[in-house]
Structures are given as C-alpha cells and as structure tokens.
Design a protein around this ligand. Structure first.
Ligand SMILES: C[S@@+](CC[C@H](N)C(=O)[O-])C[C@H]1O[C@@H](n2cnc3c(N)ncnc32)[C@H](O)[C@@H]1O
Length: 630
C-alpha cells in the first residue's frame, strides 16, 4: 500500500473522530464524554489507527482499533488476533469498553466480560457500510454511510455508558454465528460485484438466471441487484457450509487434511480448486455426503464465490477462524439456526423460505409421530428443524434405536441445494462417530417423488444401495408459501397434475402449499398422519374450500391449531395454522370424528414450559397434545 492510500484511510478515521466530536458538541453539557482522541502511528510494519473516548473525569471509557476490509487483518472485526490485541489495549488504558471496526462493520465489546474463544463474550455488532476497495473512500455515498453508521454506533454507546442498556452476553455458539456471518460479508460483497459485472453480458446473464431459477428454485421477480445479492450470499454460504461440515468431519476422519490456504495463493480460481480438492477428499474418505460435497463444480453457484481475486484473503481469514473454534464443543442443534439467520426477513417473505419455531415443530411431531420406527418425511425440509426434532422424538420414544436406525426412517426433500445441505449436516452431526451416518435427504422437487420409486443411492458394504421412496407413516412440515400469482402457468399445470394423483383438484388460485397436500397423500401409508403448518387462508379463502372438502374425504382431522398471540414462522407475516390429521379410509369414522379447533392466546413457549432438556421439551409437547385431545 502506498503513502497516498494510507493517507486516505487515515483521513476516514480522522473523519470518524470529527463526526463523534460533532455529536458531542450537539449534546453539549448532556454528553457523558469529554473528548475523542485519535492516534495515528506506524510502528515498524504495523499501522495503527486508534481512537479513544474520554469520559468527563478524563478517563478512557472506550478504545478501539480501525482496520480496512481489503487488508488481511481487516477481513472482519472478529479477526481473533485483532480483537485480542484491541482488548489488551483497552485493559492497559483501563477502558471498560472497546471496539474493532473494519469500516464495513463495527463491533463494540465489553472488556471484562470477554473470555477465551469458546467462553461467553459480551458484544454488539453495528453494520456500517459496504466498501469494496480503496477508491470507495472518496465516494460521497460511502462517506455518508460511514458517517451514518458511526453516529448510530456512538449514540448507542452513550446509552451503554449511561447504563440504560447493556451489551448482550453471548454463548460460544452464538458467537460463532456472528463471526461466521461477519467473515462471509467480504466474500459475498466480492461475489455480488462480479455477478453484477457479468450480468451485463447476455449469455452470462442467461446462465445466471438458469442457476437461480433451476438450481435454486427461485422465482425471478423484483430488483435485479437484490436478486444477484441473494445469489452471491447463497453461493458463499453454501461453500462456507461445506467448510464447516468438513471441519466437523475431521473429528471422525482424522486423515482429512486441515483447511488451509497458503499465504502465496492469490487467485480466486486457485482457492476454488483447493476447496474442491478438500471436498473430493471428504467424499472419498467418508464414502458419502453426496448431498453436501457432490457439487459437480461446473455450476455457477460453486464458482461465483471465487470469481473475484480480492476475496482470497477473506476465505483465508474464514478458514483460519474456523480452525480456532472447537466445533465439537458447539451445540449442533443451533447449526440450522445459524443458517436460517442468513436469509433476511424480506427475502424469506418473497421466496417462501420460513423456518418454524421448534416448539411448534415438537407439537406437530407429537401428533404425527407416535412410534420410534415411524417413517417420516418433511417434503420441504429447509434447515431441517422438523427432521432434527423428529430424530429427537424417535429417540425419546425408542431409546434403544441407534443413530443409523434412526436415520433410516427420516426422509427429507428440498428443492434448494442449500436447504438440502443444511438438513444433511444437521442430521449427520447428531452423531459423527457412528458408521452408517447417512441422512436420507435429497435435493429434489417434492412433486417428483413416486411411491416405490428411487429416492437416493447410499454407500453399503463397499458398494452402493438404492433407497426407494417408502410409504410414509408421517408427513410433517411447513410447505412453502408462494402465492399463486408468483407461480408460472407451467408450474401450476405440473403441480396440479401431481396433486390430482392424491385426489385433490385445487382451483387456479391456490397457493403452492395446497398442491403439497395432494402429493403428500399419494405417498402415505393407510393410517398415516399428516401434520402441516400453513397459511390460515385456506380456512377462509375460496381456493381453500376444495382443500377442506378433500381433507374431509380422506382424513380424520384431529385438530386445527392457531395462535392469536404470535407468528409461528420466523419473519412470517401471514397468520399460520397447524392442521393435524390421520388418513382414514372408513367414511363412518371420518363422519363421526370431532375436530378440535384450538386458539392459543399465549406464546407457545409459555404453554409448553419445560426444564430445557430435550426430554423435557418433548414431554411438554406430549402433555399439551393430550390436553387438546382430551
Ligand atoms: C416454508 S419452508 C419450510 C422449511 C422447514 N420445513 C421448516 O419449517 O423449518 C419451505 C421449504 O420448501 C422448499 N420448497 C419449495 N418448493 C419446493 C418443491 N417443489 N419441492 C421441495 N421443496 C420445495 C423451500 O426451498 C423451503 O426450504
């Protein structure tokens, strides 16, 4: 970096000081702070830009260090060496708080609640900007973002200082989630930039569209730049996902080499090949995990995280951070949660990717899964919450069933490869040690499943075995909420044909979830259970009447449960209802059945109180189910 570049960077830090000064002046006597000091020094090769805030008694109350995102040590404000160094300085200055800031994101830390990595830490993150290169520092748009971000942070810090609010203390798994998110911001930014550039070329644009539409199952509506941003994010998280899982597998398969990118590796293409080598090795050594590692590599999604050479440092920083964590000490139940946070609420709404609260999942499973060996399917399994909770429930019902036996009865499909990764990882990490750790999760359109048809191939005694689609004892889940307006006429025609096989003929106005019910029936055993959470519109809207009539003709509806108190999907804006039904061929049984319409007026977590153990959670769900059924 030349002197002129350094000057520009330092100017920004100087600006940050003057923005803080201006806020102090605006608050006049009501500000708890006396002044902001800026130190810029170059010690041998170390460039330091330190900011210190002094309180009214002249003592340091906040110290902090600024890095730039295009420098190796600035890939994220969570780079461990930077954080530890910044804390040491805070301790030396007697400052109760400190921050690390890589211009794009700022993290405020609490000096005394800061354990080693793997211990709880108190901190809060502030998104600031999305700078990609040095020249952005002269762009007024970015300067305005920086100013805005610093002001928001500083006002918040005043409240922390006054004791009006505190920094949340986060457990190691939560820390991991935040750091993970933060480290990926840089590769995502680079990938988005490259996608936007390539999108200008007609043939590349066509290939990008095909990937988003066919491989991800997205509906290509809305703002193009937003859509490409989402593509960049998904592609990078899918790679990161594989890296996390690879790292976890190394506990069991010690022959797998550790993840490393040599210092002299400078091209994105080389990193792509290096990671590809790791993943091939993992597939080879484990003989499995096709769903996770089996990406052919030619597809845009697996390449675009590496289009931009600037991201190499970001990936290097990411794998280093991964290496510092002992993933085996994290609670793997949260892995699905880690990834669900990645999709922001706006996107979820648009693409129907919501994830269901675990208590609701337990309640639905409690109705639907009554035996440890029941064959269960979630047809749009997302991050795997229904499947993982089904695993826990089956183990609870039949404690002697081992990991392999449990996995043999739990099936998941999802049209999104990302979701299929998540569910596979989430199930496989229940037990990484047992042989035969093969989750039955595939990336597949649910409407393509046929009873008795091929489901997937799995390793068996040195060869492979074909797993066929069984008759399921329970089909549970949260079918996607995609409004009929967003479905193409081809899609609707195809889905309608399949739903008809289950005897259901939805009207043209039906939402996507309605077709799921019909297809589900086609795959169910004679007295199987269905537990679907869906938008409650089908109880009132015209298109729902066909579904209601069809349910009454094929099922004994046990209960319809709705909450008046809270949404049951993270980020969902629609009212949801859980429908619980048993397949019933006998018309008399169906006619004499009483349906329980249940309206919850308290949060489900207060109705299903438990002692935080898995058994306690499942037991609470069973008790509540019994109360409803009595
Ligand atoms: C509402 S989410 C539910 C996720 C998960 N069951 C949960 O509750 O946490 C719906 C899922 O269905 C998937 N999906 C959409 N269309 C699909 C299709 N035709 N076949 C299989 N999965 C599909 C989406 O990718 C999404 O992950």
């Amino acid at each position: 970096m030349n002197v002129a570049q350094l000057e520009t960077e330092w100017t920004v830090v100087g600006d940050a000081k003057s923005w803080m000064d201006a806020l102090l002046a605006a608050h006049g006597g009501s500000s708890p702070f006396a002044s902001v000091k800026l130190e810029q020094r170059t010690q041998s090769s170390l460039k330091r830009r330190d900011l210190t805030v002094l309180d009214r008694s002249g003592k340091a109350c906040l110290t902090g260090e600024v890095k730039v995102p295009w420098a190796a040590d600035g890939a994220s404000p969570f780079v461990e060496t930077t954080v530890v160094d910044a804390r040491a300085k805070a301790l030396a200055a007697g400052s109760p708080w400190f921050f690390t800031w890589n211009l794009n994101e700022l993290v405020l830390w609490k000096t005394d609640s800061f354990g080693d990595l793997g211990q709880p830490r108190g901190f809060k993150t502030f998104p600031v900007s999305s700078l990609r290169r040095q020249t952005d520092l002269t762009n007024p748009r970015f300067i305005a973002e920086l100013r805005d971000g610093i002001e928001r942070f500083f006002i918040d810090f005043m409240r922390v200082f006054r004791g009006e609010t505190d920094l949340p203390q986060r457990a190691p798994d939560e820390y991991f989630v935040h750091a993970f998110d933060s480290f990926l911001a840089w590769p995502v930014l680079g990938a988005k930039f490259e996608l936007l550039r390539r999108d200008g070329n007609a043939s590349q644009r066509g290939a990008i569209d095909r990937w988003m539409r066919d491989a991800q199952g997205w509906i290509l509506v809305g703002d193009r730049s937003e859509l490409l941003g989402r593509a960049a994010k998904f592609a990078c998280y899918a790679i990161a996902n594989k890296l996390v899982f690879y790292d976890a597998l190394r506990k069991r398969y010690t022959e797998l080499p550790s993840l490393e990118i040599p210092e002299d590796e400078a091209s994105g293409e080389a990193v792509f090949s290096r990671f590809g080598g790791f993943f091939d090795e993992a597939r080879h050594v484990t003989g499995d995990y096709e769903t996770v590692f089996g990406n052919p590599g030619a597809d845009i999604g697996s390449r675009l995280p590496f289009y931009d050479d600037n991201v190499v440092d970001g990936w290097r920083a990411f794998v280093r951070q991964l290496d510092r964590f002992d993933l085996s000490k994290l609670d793997y139940d949260v892995i699905g949660r880690i990834f669900e946070r990645l999709i922001d609420p706006e996107e979820r709404h648009k693409y129907g990717q919501y994830y269901t609260r675990p208590e609701v999942v337990d309640l639905i499973n409690s109705f639907a899964i009554s035996k440890g060996d029941a064959k269960v399917l979630d047809p749009g399994c997302g991050g795997g919450t229904f499947l993982v909770r089904a695993y826990a429930r089956k183990k609870y019902l039949a404690p002697r069933l081992g990991h392999t036996a449990l996995l043999e009865t739990i099936y998941g499909t999802d049209i999104s490869p990302f979701a299929a990764h998540l569910s596979t990882i989430n199930l496989a990490t229940r037990d990484l040690v047992e042989d035969g750790n093969y989750p039955r999760v595939v990336r597949r359109d649910f409407f393509a499943l046929r009873s008795g048809g091929d489901f997937m191939r799995l390793p068996r005694d040195g060869g492979t075995q074909t797993v066929t689609v069984p008759r399921f004892d329970a089909i549970v889940g949260n079918p996607p909420y995609v409004r009929q307006e967003d479905l193409s006429s081809d899609q609707k025609a195809e889905y309608r044909n399949v739903a008809r096989m289950g005897g259901l003929t939805p009207t043209g106005r039906a939402d996507l979830h309605v077709y799921f019910w019909g297809q589900a029936l086609a795959l169910m055993a004679p007295d199987a259970k269905l537990g679907f959470l869906a938008s409650s519109q089908w109880l009132d809207a015209d298109y729902g009447f066909a579904l209601q009539a069809w349910l009454l003709e094929n099922f004994r509806i046990e209960a319809i449960i709705e909450s008046r108190d809270e949404p049951w999907f993270v980020g969902a804006r629609v009212q949801t209802v859980a429908a619980l039904a048993t397949r019933e061929a006998d018309p008399e049984q169906r006619d004499n059945n009483m349906i329980r319409f249940v309206e919850l007026r308290q949060p489900i977590s207060s109705l299903l109180q438990h002692d935080d153990t898995t058994a306690g959670q499942l037991d609470a769900a069973d008790r509540f189910r019994d109360a409803i059924m009595d």
